[in-house]
Design a binder for this molecule. Sequence first.
Ligand code: C2E
Ligand code: MG
Ligand code: MG
Length: 598
Amino acid sequence: MPTPTGPRKASTRSSVPVSPNGRTGHDPSLLESLLDVMEYSTCVVNGDGDIVATNRAWRQAASGAGGSGLLPVEGPYVDVWAPATGDNRVVAEKISVGLELVLSGKSDTFSIDYAFASGDKERWISLRITPLHEISGAVLSHVDISAATRSARAMSYQSLHDPLTQLPNQDLLRDRLRQALAWAERTGRPVVVAFLSLDGFNRVNERLGHIAGDELLQAVSGRWLALMRSGDTLARFAGDEFVAVWPGVESIDEGEAFVHGLFEALARPFALTGSSMAVSASIGVAVSVPSQSPDDLLQAADAAMAEAKSRGPGHITLHSDALREGIHLRLRTEVELREALKHDELVLHYQPVVDLTRGVTTGVEALVRWQRADGLRMPDTFIPAAEASGLIVPMGVWVLQEACRQGALWRRQGLDLDVAVNLSARQVTDPDVVSIIQDALRRSGLPPQRLMVEVTESTVMEDADAAEVALRAIAALGVTVAIDDFGTGYSSLVYLKRYDLHALKVDRSFVAGMGINAEDDAIVASIINLAGAVGAVCIAEGVETREQHAALVGLGCDYAQGFLFGRPVPAEGLGQALADCARVLAAQPLARTDVPGP
Ligand code: C2E
Ligand code: MG
Ligand code: MG
């Protein structure tokens, strides 16, 4: 342990008439009584760094049971200090240098904060060294800042952790990601990030209350946390969203094993407020690439999570370059679509819907298209971007108004057709959905009974309670409600009972398999029966062949739609389309002769 040595600065004002211990030429008792007024442990050292006086606080602390950590012995300060504070060599070195600087007059003051263990507690001391020119020495005062440090640390802990789960929050997560990415740059071993979102968590909150919701979040985070190694991070991102970070991953297999571990941790149900609850998560995974920022990596995992979610609950999706490309494409589409909305580039095409029992066209489905200079774009290429950006809402308003306007116009021209409009999930949960529909009906004069809204099963399941409220309110207007693409989603029988449904539209994939695949025949037959059982009509989509048409008639399906009867056409082409459709229908005998004619 180095002690202050070397030439000492000569005292410039050595006029204090004291002579303590024969060492400094000053009276220590006077010095000590002066020091006693100081509240904190204080000592004075001479030019050699030896303690020559201590104050009462110092002596009391030293004589207290168990000791305070500061000992009132004579000798070089640093030698006294070191064993009392746990021999922290780095701090001892710094104090030694600081004291030397002050004693040699190179520095006016020196301060340092240090910690040491005192019993089972950690104490924090702020040491300040100021020169005492009278004796060419220095005053060392020790302020106990333990309480302040502890509360500052608690505050910084709070500012970096989620209060519910005690997991790192977004700020700390970003910091950990930064460190993990820096580590990846050095080692070449990537960071794997999983973005996790609990499926249907809103429903837990709504059904069982927020306390149960909180309990579930804690239980889930507890299970996941148990799987993290030291150095890994599990953070709560927001609401039901968590992010796991594994730095220095050795191989894809290792990364996969980590992710699957989290997935499988949810396999066992959770015991919540006395009941047992099964929970799944949608997981998006991204693997870092060189020079990636924390936000980019997070965004990649988030995008993969959104992709996983769109596949239904309990899916894992890996963010790939193709997906990354997709995001850029989606962003570009979003920008262009905003312009398209402004410049009236969207158009509706209408596809006939025929009544199989009467052999007539009774309605049309409105299908949106984007008319661009380079051609017509189909909905599959821009609806996802419209949904992701929220543009689907203003776009949906336009579709509804345009479809209602056209429907009302046809009625005035003597064509009484039902008009079906597709609603996406974002539109259904939009609080204004009912007034938007009402407004479109009022402006156009189309009777509500002539309007049908189509929602998919996954839309309904995304937020079943909100969908129920919205669909009931829509039905209360007199508008009919259909479940689109039925059979591809959850096909939950529960919502069939809960909602006031008018129609089930059999997904075209089942119709395509009719006559080829016995399973599809059976599925179509059972959907037709199911519709009957819940008081809804059945509409078969994607009918392309006369055989499918005949089979559907044979099964007693109520309505059908498909290229056989007519492709979607612009409004001005509908007259021709209806005439073509009538010819197809005329060629097919009606099977259910027991059904009264028109
Ligand atoms: P959808 O509501 O199930 O519409 C039926 C889709 O099947 C249409 O595709 C239609 O052209 C196609 N189709 C009809 N008959 C046949 C057939 O016999 N064979 C085959 N292979 N396909 C047939 P489209 O127009 O590309 O629309 C795709 C999807 O985009 C729609 O599926 C709907 O979910 C969505 N969509 C279309 N317009 C809108 C809209 O205005 N708003 C929203 N939210 N979604 C829309
Ligand atoms: Mg549809
Ligand atoms: Mg469909």
